[in-house]
Design a protein around this ligand. Structure first.
Ligand code: SF4
Length: 167
């Protein structure tokens, strides 16, 4: 069935399709629908923000209600890098390599002020001024540290971007 343009026609077409259990869409939309609901984050963190990230997986906050609880120990099985905490110059090549080992499509969420801009250590001699210096960041979550609710808000905003195919 081909949808006609025009709201009345379209509404009746959609009613017809629902009656016959037919949905017309594109493969890309189905993939993005699935990708947005099943991020597999990498188990990575440094400093204090990861404590909030770990709390988000515990019973009180329960990240599993969004389907994002499958934290992976290997970058080869992860599609979301939550950069939680500062990146030291010494760690930068390691974080970059870990990112490159993740299969595409993949996303990066910068959690907290350190990952966003270097945070309170920005003027230090040993800290990168944000994860953007290493790779493209898809979502920023400000705070020092951001609470689990803020992380969830960032993840749900990232979900909308992925659904729209903006990555
Ligand atoms: S943003 Fe604040 S809480 Fe997070 S790692 Fe940096 S100093 Fe720690």
């Amino acid at each position: 069935m081909v949808l006609k343009n025009g709201s009345a026609d379209m509404a009746s077409d959609i009613e017809q399709m629902e009656k016959h259990n037919i949905i017309v869409t594109t493969l890309e939309k189905i993939w993005n629908w699935g990708r947005a609901r099943s991020f597999w984050p990498l188990s990575y963190g440094c400093n204090c923000c990861p404590i909030e990230m770990m709390a988000s997986g515990a019973a009180r906050f329960d990240i599993a209600r969004y389907g994002y609880e499958v934290f992976r120990a290997s970058p080869r099985q992860a599609d979301l890098l939550i950069v939680a905490g500062p990146i030291t110059l010494k760690m930068a090549p390691v974080v970059k390599r870990v990112y490159e080992q993740m299969p595409s499509p993949k996303w990066v969420l910068a959690m907290g002020n350190c990952a966003t801009s270097g945070g309170p250590f920005r003027d230090g001699y040993s800290i990168l001024p944000g994860a953007e210096a290493l790779f493209k960041v898809d979502m920023y979550v400000p705070g020092c540290p951001p609470r689990p609710e803020a992380l969830f808000h960032g993840l749900l905003e990232l979900k909308k971007k992925v659904e729209r195919g903006e990555y």
